[in-house]
Write a protein that binds this ligand. Structure first.
Ligand code: UGA
Length: 340
């Protein structure tokens, strides 16, 4: 099989590429702005990388959409701080640019595996979010955080409409707070604009306070990237067409914890690491109002737990990596890559 991955150097893209090259005989064509996370994949003869921008290199993309069996458009801004700071950029990249790719998949009747998001459920009150039942609940327009959720939801609906009318074939997958090595760059974290796990690790490394937004009682289910990628590989394999035109949550409901618990767990793991046992001084954990941390366009999501029944049935998959291991492996990989 030939797989096209746009955003191949991103968190999901580079992990997926490595696993495809290690575990299958498929060929990967990948585009991204840079290649710093791709490591040894770059040397593999079954991997073809081009440095490029989805807004500019449209002919290259069209040629490869035509040539490949499966298209994964993984390019997106996916950090809440940026949803609030630059909602137009989120709309342009996450919606407009991705719609161009979807239109090409329609033109050539391709199979597209598209990253929807846990964020489309928004503030849904269900104890577990179900792909085919749960309501998708967002806040008012002034709360600009929801632009990401809305862009993704509209694309989900466009893809669904094309797929169910036979213009393309799709699987929408919804990652729930995947974590792991190289989640976000520490540079982004220094600016205060990375996702929570990288942000906390960066604060620990820089000895800066860890901020619990609005007290940190909001809950997330953290999913280790290796578990997530295992599910994604099964979606790409698509045995017996099981994933055809399906929406599938990929998360770990057993790894639920509050942001406050997360902060204390990461701090404890950091303090126990051999390189930091003797530090003497460690980040304090403080509370910060959401307005101060993100600005007035922010609104939080207090509970977010996936139902993974569909993934179990359609893919024969369940996550196996617990919360403690997920956080330890993520933290240790950051420390190794940024160590003394
Ligand atoms: C994330 C992002 O939108 C996407 O990466 C993705 O689509 C989705 O969720 C996902 O990964 O499933 P969220 O979980 O809200 O959304 O993003 P984080 O930045 O990781 O924040 C998690 C929680 O930690 C939020 O409640 C936030 O307020 C809190 N937080 C974040 C803090 O308390 N302190 C910080 O320094 C940073």
């Amino acid at each position: 099989m030939k797989i096209l991955i746009l955003g191949v150097n991103g968190f999901i893209g580079h992990h997926l590429t490595q696993r495809i090259l290690d575990e299958t005989d498929w060929t990967v064509f990948g585009m991204d702005l840079s290649d710093d996370r791709l490591g040894k994949s770059l040397q593999n003869p079954r991997f073809h990388f081009i440095e490029g921008d989805i807004a500019i290199n449209r002919e290259w993309i069209e040629y490869h959409v035509k040539k490949c069996d499966i298209i994964l458009p993984l390019v997106a801004i996916a950090t809440p701080k940026l949803y609030v700071e630059d909602p137009i950029a989120v709309y342009n990249l996450d919606f407009e640019m991705n719609l161009n790719v979807i239109n090409q998949c329609v033109k050539y009747h391709k199979r597209v595996v598209f990253p929807s998001t846990s964020e489309v459920y928004g503030a849904c009150p269900d104890p577990e979010f179900k792909e085919d039942e749960s309501y998708l609940v967002v806040g008012p327009i002034q709360k600009e955080r929801w632009i990401y959720s809305c862009c993704k939801q509209l694309l989900d609906r466009v893809i669904y409409a094309y797929g169910t009318r036979g213009h393309l074939e799709f699987t929408l997958f919804r990652p729930f707070n995947w974590v792991g090595p190289r989640l976000d760059s520490l540079y982004a974290a220094k600016e205060g604009s990375s996702r929570v796990v990288t942000q906390f690790i960066a604060e620990l490394l820089m000895k800066r306070p860890i901020s619990l937004v609005d007290g940190g009682s909001q809950m997330r289910c953290f999913t280790y990237v290796d578990d997530g990628i295992a599910a994604l590989l099964r979606i790409l394999e698509n045995r017996n067409d099981a994933c055809k035109n399906q929406i599938i949550n990929i998360g770990n409901p057993d790894n639920e914890c509050s942001v406050r618990e997360l902060a204390f767990m990461l701090k404890k793991l950091f303090m126990a690491h051999p390189d930091h046992l003797q530090d003497g001084f460690y980040s304090e954990i403080i509370e910060v109002p959401a307005q101060t941390y993100y600005g007035k366009g922010y609104q939080d999501i207090y509970t977010r737990k996936p139902s993974i029944e569909k993934a179990r049935i359609l893919l024969g998959w369940s996550p196996v990596i617990g919360l403690d291991d997920s956080l330890r492996m993520t933290l240790y990989s950051f420390l190794e890559e940024n160590g003394p």
